[in-house]
Design a protein around this ligand. Structure first.
Ligand SMILES: [Ca+2]
Ligand SMILES: [Ca+2]
Ligand SMILES: [Ca+2]
Length: 321
């Protein structure tokens, strides 16, 4: 079973049944917050959005009313913020070159630095938390499995370095799927969290970054080659089923039923019909400038970290013609 990208008490309900053959996906912007900064990642937990800004640090926003987003606080001490996880009242901010830092956000207007993950090797990127375990990718440090049973004292359980620049991770069952940039996709058996074992990989060139693994398929963004769809039902032998080339630079993907929502540095938000994975087809798009780098889907809303455009909230729905 796939582990949710977000933590604890958040329940995600996918409201839509998507789509029939002739359906399009239509997008409508319903909110935006931008007070400067370069938004690169967003995590939504309940009524709050945590937006990593590569230059300014972590923003904490009240998004209960998308039409009137209110800034609650900002953590300046998080240069080159690239990843965010929330566990209870603790924000884990992974900052390139500056480590994985912990902040108490009980009062979001006054975040308090409470320490850092001391087992970092270099350039933390994404931190994904699930129960008592965290999964950390490090650009120059590989992939860490982290004990977070005491959230104040994250401790490394194990480590896989390999030959990759570790970018993103998704977990499905007892497997971790780690993108390694030019090293492609690595599949690790993590049934023993103290001893991850490489069991499969796939690399056809390009620069793999974000991914989503669902229903025995891995949807892998490749900045140069497009969004690649892999059959991973046999994790030791991943098979490329199809690629949505589309142009630009694909940097984020989230799959709901037969639709992949993707973000692309040049082309913005795109909806791709993946009902035939050998022949993915574009069925909608949205782009009003900016440069999306990370997003999260909750229900029928997309929360998009859109570079210099800040945070955008975009509703999507199918439109049967
Ligand atoms: Ca800002
Ligand atoms: Ca590739
Ligand atoms: Ca925009």
């Amino acid at each position: 079973m796939r582990i949710s990208r977000i933590i604890a008490s958040v329940s995600i309900v996918f409201l839509l049944t998507l789509p029939g053959e002739a359906s399009e996906i239509v997008f409508e912007e319903v909110g935006q917050f931008n007070d400067g900064g370069m938004a690169v990642t967003v995590l939504v937990v309940n009524d709050r959005a945590y937006v990593c800004e590569f230059d300014n640090g972590l923003e904490i926003l009240d998004i209960s009313n998308p039409a009137n987003i209110v800034k609650l606080g900002q953590i300046d001490d998080t240069e080159q913020a690239r990843g965010i996880a929330i566990i209870g009242n603790i924000a884990y901010v992974s900052c390139n070159v500056n480590g994985l830092k912990l902040f108490d956000i009980s009062d979001p207007s006054k975040p308090v630095y409470i320490g850092e993950y001391s087992d970092c090797d270099g350039d933390p990127h994404q931190f994904l938390a699930s129960g008592d375990i965290g999964y950390l990718t490090e650009w120059h440090g590989g992939f860490d499995i982290v004990d977070i049973s005491d959230p104040l004292k994250p401790a490394r359980l194990s480590h896989y370095k390999g030959d990759m620049l570790a970018f993103s991770v998704d977990i499905a069952g007892s497997h971790a799927f780690v993108t390694g940039y030019k090293a492609g996709l690595k599949i690790l058996d993590i049934s023993d969290s103290k001893n991850p074992v490489l069991i499969g990989d796939f690399n056809n060139g390009g620069e793999t970054n974000a991914l989503h693994v669902v229903d025995e398929k891995a949807y892998v963004c490749d900045k140069l080659q497009g969004m690649e769809i892999l059959d991973v039902s046999d994790p030791a032998h991943p098979q490329l089923l199809g690629t949505f080339k589309g142009g630009g630079s694909a940097v984020g993907v989230h799959v709901i039923d037969d639709v992949a929502l993707t973000i692309n540095w040049k082309l913005g938000l795109e909806a791709i019909d993946i009902s035939d994975p050998t022949s993915p087809a574009k069925i909608g798009s949205f782009n009003d400038g900016g440069r999306p780098n990370g997003f999260q889907v909750v229900g029928d809303l997309i929360y998009m970290a859109d570079g210099s455009d800040g945070l955008e909230i975009i509703r999507f729905q199918k439109n049967n013609n």
